[in-house]
Design a protein around this ligand. Structure first.
Ligand SMILES: Nc1ncnc2c1ncn2[C@@H]1O[C@H](COP(=O)(O)OP(=O)(O)OP(=O)(O)O)[C@@H](O)[C@H]1O
Ligand SMILES: [Mg+2]
Length: 230
């Protein structure tokens, strides 16, 4: 059973206020992703990568077509199912980290648990921080960290609740080559050691070595969908 399936996804934006011109951002996009895959979505700027990630993670709705999570249509989610999808089953990593500046590293990572009303076990937070190599920075604030360090904290936050799937939109886009590779290694570890399904957008073709599959978009369509043999 696939964990996530996209069926004939179409996303159209109206380009003018009057809606006279249409911008077709995704055109009939279909694929199925199995548990434990590490899917890399690539393609030129404007090809629809971020839009696709937002549709898969229910941050946006498709114009037509469907996304299924464990065979359940995202459109048919009850409020409860939607909350579980967001708070238990998935995590999201943004290019620009999106950490809360007034919270410490520890509290940033604990936040998803606090939001959903779960008990925060400090040992668990420490272990997640250890996994991403940020335990010594637990009491630091985001503006005291480098870009790579901030992204490690954002990754810790995305996995603290033990999600089945982590979505990441160009998580290495703001980092230099070496830091970017370290972050990709970290995603690989989370994929292999925790068995987490990863769906990650990158421009960088050198990062394909970390994935198990590549989906390439061009002009709103899939032009390649291949298994990778790292
Ligand atoms: N909210 C929006 N309203 C209107 N058009 C949008 C919106 N979001 C994205 N678009 C358009 O959709 C197209 C695809 O955008 P998207 O952000 O998905 O591309 P991308 O592949 O992620 O590009 P990049 O590599 O630059 O991040 C672009 O033409 C963009 O202008
Ligand atoms: Mg994008």
């Amino acid at each position: 059973m696939p964990i996530i399936e996209a069926k004939n996804l179409v996303k159209i934006y109206q380009e003018t206020k009057k809606g006279t011109k249409q911008n077709v951002v995704l055109q009939n996009v279909s694929f199925a992703i199995d548990e434990k895959e590490f899917v890399i979505i690539t393609g030129p700027s404007g090809s629809g990568k971020t839009t696709l990630l937002y549709l898969l993670s229910k941050l946006e709705e498709p114009t037509t077509g469907d996304v299924f999570f464990e065979n359940k249509n995202l459109k048919d989610f009850t409020k409860q199912e939607e909350r579980a999808f967001r708070q238990d089953l998935t995590g999201f990593v943004f290019q620009s980290y999106e950490l809360i500046p007034t919270l410490t590293v520890f509290d940033n990572v604990a936040l998803p648990l606090i939001i959903k009303g779960a008990k925060v076990n400090p040992d668990h937070i420490s272990n997640v921080l250890k996994l991403v190599g940020m335990e010594p920075f637990a009491k630091s604030y985001p503006d005291q960290l480098s870009g790579g360090e901030k992204q490690r904290v954002a990754i810790a936050r995305s996995i603290v609740h033990g999600p089945k799937v982590v979505f990441a939109d160009e998580p290495t886009g703001n980092l230099d080559k070496q830091k970017a590779e370290e972050i990709m290694e970290l995603f690989k570890r989370i994929n292999v050691e925790n068995g987490t399904t990863i769906i990650l957008v990158t421009h960088n073709l050198a990062h394909l070595v970390y994935g198990t599959r590549v989906i390439e978009l061009s002009n709103a369509r899939i032009i390649k969908d291949e298994v990778l043999h790292g």
